[in-house]
Design a binder for this molecule. Structure first.
Ligand code: FES
Length: 115
């Protein structure tokens, strides 16, 4: 059985304040979604260092700071600031009725519900 990428509803935009993150479980992966002044951003929730919860980090200057040891990641590119680590990025959008939707890649589709 094969899957294609699909937009999945993951919550309400109103539940994510400006410059904060929320994590959602999508298929086999937990994803951190951030409301930024210029739009929405989504990256893997687990920090590649030791799994710190990136959705709970402080957000500033388009970056989130891991709450465990302070590595910083650009929430739009997934790249670590001043280092070589990278987290996966995802497309996220707000629908007309205020639902947040994540474009879930095919490899994460197992267990996720398509919109
Ligand atoms: S777990 Fe994120 S910096 Fe260590």
């Amino acid at each position: 059985m094969s899957f294609e990428s699909a937009w999945i509803p993951v919550g309400r935009a109103d539940d994510v304040p400006l410059l904060e993150g929320r994590s959602v479980m999508v298929g086999s992966r937990r994803v951190a979604i951030f409301r930024m002044p210029t739009g929405w951003a989504a990256i893997d929730h687990a920090c590649p260092h030791k799994g710190g919860p990136l959705a709970d980090g402080l957000v500033a200057d388009a970056c989130v700071t891991c709450p465990l040891h302070g590595r910083r990641f650009d929430v739009f590119t997934g790249r670590q600031v001043g280092g070589d680590d990278v987290v996966a990025t995802y497309e996220v959008r707000e629908s007309g009725d205020g639902t947040l939707e994540l474009l879930v890649p095919a490899d994460l589709m197992v267990g996720a519900e398509a919109a």
